[in-house]
Design a protein around this ligand. Structure first.
Ligand code: MF3
Ligand code: CO
Ligand code: CO
Length: 350
């Protein structure tokens, strides 16, 4: 997930609190291609109020279209605001979407492949090696975490055990009975990223641990079920937060989901707490992750001296699940769905 405060996954441009408070939006569309122009027109004049009131002009010299209220560059929505600076979300072309499907499937396959290996006595470094070799040799893909960020992440997957919230570095420590862990896999295939994670239990986990894991997955699933054009970022956050807090758990705020595509971490940031009806609007063609991190205790986190490992401050257990999603015209497609899951891959609200 994206680190919202420090060097980690990627530095933060702005405070997410300001997400809901922008008033002027401006964007540019390079409509070299007619299809892009048509698409833009369609979505600007679409059902939503904000789009209806949008106007745009084309600069005949540069081919750039400037739009008042909402702005789109060829494939990119740029949202500008005095308080926040520019935030952009990339609207994927059909060709890019196809590549996202492939990358998403590969990332999901890695989690499925590694599942039988997660058991008592195995080290997280051994799990890392198995995943690395599978991604590189079988999938002819690239493990995105390896050398990512500053300092460079040293391994090919993240393994976050027990009170580790995220970005755990695989090590020679053996898994033991009762451990819970998250394995987070991101692959790059043909230039595009698929990012997904799931929870595992080792031997017999406590009732509390199992409940935490289940509720965290419910946060993800409930949010996914509601994703459709016109949904706002605050709605996603609200769904996750409400469900976690209903069970007396807390949502981690320093790390969040993210846009994804040719880059690992793109705009927008998808925080897992918030108020309904606030924040940026989701549009068809966006790809992003939802990846709630839920603590059994307080929400506070700290980063270990290795500058990556994030743990709960109170050492309470933490769980996380993640999917990469595509916004469609009517709902959502889960690009990283695994066969073991019961939720539908394509959810349509029309
Ligand atoms: N996979 C994480 C995410 O969901 C990011 C991990 S960054 C790494 O965004 F460098 F630790 F791999
Ligand atoms: Co992610
Ligand atoms: Co991830």
């Amino acid at each position: 997930m994206r680190n919202r405060h420090s060097a980690g996954a990627r530095a933060l441009y702005h405070s997410p609190r300001k997400y809901s408070s922008f008033s002027t939006r401006e964007s540019w569309v390079n409509t070299g291609k007619n299809t892009q122009q048509t698409r833009l027109k369609r979505f600007l004049s679409g059902g939503h109020k904000r789009r209806k009131t949008s106007v745009f002009q084309q600069d005949t010299q540069t081919g750039l279209i400037s739009v008042i209220l909402i702005t789109v560059r060829y494939g990119t929505i740029l949202v500008k605001n005095d308080l926040r600076g520019a935030v952009s979300a990339i609207i994927k072309t059909p060709e890019e979407i196809e590549k996202m499907r492939v990358a998403g499937k590969l990332a999901a396959d890695v989690l499925t492949m590694i599942t039988p290996h997660v058991k008592k006595g195995v080290t997280t470094d051994e799990l890392n090696t198995i995943c690395h070799d599978y991604i590189v040799n079988e999938q002819n893909a690239i493990p995105a975490p390896l050398n990512y960020g500053h300092p460079p992440f040293p391994k090919s997957i993240c393994t976050s055990v027990n009170h580790c919230i995220c970005h755990g570095i695989p090590s020679d420590k053996k898994l033991k009975d009762g451990d819970i862990l998250n394995i987070d896999v991101t692959v790059i295939k043909d230039g595009y990223h698929g990012d997904t994670s799931k929870m595992f239990t080792v031997g017999k986990p406590s009732i509390l641990a199992e409940r935490l894991i289940r509720v965290t997955q419910e946060c993800l699933y409930q949010a996914i079920q509601e994703v459709k054009p016109g949904m706002r970022l605050g709605d996603i956050g609200h769904i996750c937060q409400t469900h976690a807090e209903k069970h007396n758990y807390s949502i981690v705020r320093e790390y969040c989901g993210h846009g994804i595509g040719a880059s690992f971490h793109e705009e927008p940031q998808i925080v897992h707490y918030g108020k309904p009806g606030t924040g940026e609007e989701l549009l068809p063609g966006m790809c992003f992750t939802i990846e709630p991190m839920v603590n059994a205790g307080k929400r506070y986190s700290k980063v270990l001296p290795d500058q990556w490992t994030v743990v709960t401050k109170d050492r309470s257990l933490s769980a996380q699940w993640e999917h990469t999603l595509l916004m469609t015209e009517t709902g959502v497609e889960i690009l990283t769905l695994r066969e073991e899951e019961t939720i539908d891959r394509v959810i349509s609200h029309s």
